[in-house]
Design a protein around this ligand. Sequence first.
Ligand code: HAM
Length: 440
Amino acid sequence: MYQKIKGTYDLLPKDTKKWQALEKTIHNVSKIYNYEEIRTPIFENTELFHRSVGLETDIVSKETYDFVDRGNRKITLRPEGTASVVRSYIENKLYADRLPISKLYYMGPMFRYERPQKGRYRQFAQFGAEAFGSESPLLDAEIISYAVSVIKAFKIKDIEVQLNSIGDQESKTMYKAALVTYLEKDIKTLCSDCQNRFETNPLRILDCKIDKDTELLKNAPKPVDYLNKKSKNHFDKLCAYLDAMKIKYAINKNLVRGLDYYTHTVFEVNANLETLGAQNTICGGGRYNHLVSSLGGPNIPGVGFAFGLERLMLALESVNFKGAPDYLHLFLIVLGEEQKEDGVKLLNRCRLGGLFSDIDFLDKSLKAQFKLADNSNARFIAIYGENEKANHKINVKDKDTGKEITIERDQLYNHIITELMNPSQACQTCKEENCDNCGE
Ligand code: HAM
């Protein structure tokens, strides 16, 4: 009997539903941020990964699946998506498209010859996004906000965004020199991997899993202390934009990430959930200002991230994700024939504005309509009956926060949009606004 290859898994029908739901949510959030899907081949010329991810990285030096095809070409199964997307962006001249910023996302299998364990596979799936065309830290902030929104859409709470800047090329060079000088005489006390990295990729010594808690590394110079003015300005502005969006992050001065192409911003999202085990980094990303030009394209900067979808799936086990594939923004309950014309007008307004909305067509009772709203997984339930019509009002219940209010009928659309954009600060436990007690 043949068996699957080590580090791979079969996705059986009982689980594909959940995956479809996961993918659907990702497509929806991507639409909200105005990112368009791109699909590239799962294999590329080996050289592409050497020149982008970097020859000295663990991914390229130890983990790629390489082969020579029958036409004698050196081929590699893609270990990540950024290089392929950049290759396609250049080859198809997407930079000459109608919009100055290209915002792309992708989902699909990646391949790394790693030691398999929970949350770590040899074939795994990533959802990634890449935005090209601006050096502005506003785009870094958007990318981080997009990643956090995906996590929020799944109602995963126990996460931490770790952020750092390694600066532009000039800052990186200055930092590397300072680190090498600092480590030179004691490098022999670190692990053999670190000793190799000292020669090839000294930055990676900083996040060595074995030695990171040694006094030598704790006291080592940090990239943020070597940022030139431009790099510091970029990082400060990014932090200010994240603060403005109330996105929480922790600055991790040791974060450098394992791919060579980064400049300025690097970040990771960790989820502290039992279901994840040791592999708790669900997303990683950063800015790469020179990758497009180094692969033969114009001088266009980029920034992006990638999620490990199996890890996202494992995280979802903690939040009891049922895989309910569909949801509505609004279920409108209309009570009485006389109210139906107004009702259909309100529904139409909401649909034209892009809200996923529905209504009952079978004259069901109030209770039965509430059940319908529940079954459709509607976030807002609005009730429009005789009294509401007389007062030009409408009653709206937010199922996420439990908040119920009566508003002007014509404000229904605006109200829902505002609530969707500015989630209530109400605590999920006690429902109080800005609660400091329950740890929400
Ligand atoms: P990365 O950190 O190598 O970044 O991978 C991103 C995510 O893929 C990880 O945080 C993890 O969740 C998942 N992942 C990586 N290896 C495995 C594995 N063997 N099994 C399961 N999941 C895994 C990149 O790939 C960059 N391309 C991200 C990026 C995009 N940076 C800028 N744009």
